[in-house]
Design a protein around this ligand. Structure first.
Ligand code: SF4
Length: 284
């Protein structure tokens, strides 16, 4: 199984999934011919081709590995956790991952991609008879521009309602000003406590479908239009697409709090899945 997880890491680090590639190609087609924005997309797409062809990382920052695992009852969670850590070490040795784990107190890089809390592993039990391992490689730049707001916030005219939520997201993307390699994918967490709100924002990156709640679906669609009207464009050079998708969800909150968290990922949205069913391994 170790080799199969290393392959999941290689695939995630070196090949964009078909839906992300299509979204980037569609964004390119919306830009003016021979303009700066189109030229950025040409470079992004050429880079993606090269990374796939040569099996090298799409970006020098291979990010923090985030594993999201669904396991049937009979599988040992500890065993899987240990294998994931070993796989990160091996993938780092093979240069699919950059050594990306730094001891926060000493400033020393472990050199093998593993440190306290890295990789991130979340294991859930489910009542299916197969295992599913999701991996996301989330770059540091997109982590740096993530933002959290506590409403009401007079500075951005945000009250405790969905219009206020929209103002928060627009402010976060505006403040990023092209840092962290747009076009972005945006996750929004509404309500909860501080930690729960940001966790929810990041969980949106795993969701492919539109939200089933009409109010949230409208919020996502409206934000996509408004964020792209900012004109920041790919890599901040200006253009019609600053954001490729917005996904939002909510939690209950305390009467005293109303948090809005905004998580970003860059164009190098690296997420893949491995399904293990009766000895067969399928990558998506
Ligand atoms: S933001 Fe994304 S594309 Fe830019 S350096 Fe970081 S990981 Fe790479």
């Amino acid at each position: 199984m170790l080799g199969k997880i290393v392959e999941l890491i290689r695939l995630t680090a070196t090949e964009l999934s078909p839906d992300i590639l299509s979204a980037l190609k569609a964004a390119r087609s919306r830009e003016a011919s021979y303009g700066a924005a189109q030229s950025i997309y040409d470079r992004i797409l050429a880079n993606a081709d090269l990374a796939k062809e040569e099996s090298i990382p799409l970006c020098q920052d291979t990010g923090i590995p985030i594993f999201r695992v669904n396991l049937p009852e009979h599988e040992s969670a500890q065993n899987v956790h240990n294998i994931l850590k070993k796989a990160v070490k091996k993938a780092t040795k093979l240069n699919y991952l950059r050594p990306n784990a730094v001891d926060t107190l000493t400033g020393k890089n472990s050199g093998n991609g593993v440190g306290i809390g890295i990789p991130q592993v979340e294991i859930t039990r489910w009542n299916k008879d197969y295992s599913e391992i999701g991996l996301m490689l989330k770059g540091g730049g997109s982590e740096n521009v993530g933002a959290q707001f506590s409403l009401p916030d007079e500075d951005i005219n945000a009250n405790r309602d969905l219009d206020g939520v929209k103002n928060c997201v627009i402010e976060a993307v505006y403040q990023a000003q092209g840092k962290a390699c747009p076009p972005y994918f945006i996750g929004v967490g509404i309500g909860g406590d501080r930690a729960g709100s940001m966790k929810l924002a990041k969980e949106q990156f795993w969701r492919k479908l539109k939200h089933s709640h009409p109010q949230l679906r409208d919020l996502e669609e409206d934000l996509l239009v408004k964020l792209n009207q900012l004109g920041i464009g790919p890599m901040g050079v200006g253009g019609s697409t600053t954001v490729l998708s917005v996904k939002a969800d909510y939690l209950a909150r305390l009467p005293a709090s109303y948090f809005v968290s905004v998580a970003f990922t860059c164009w190098a949205f690296r997420a893949r899945f491995l399904t293990i069913r009766r000895g067969e391994y399928t990558y998506e």
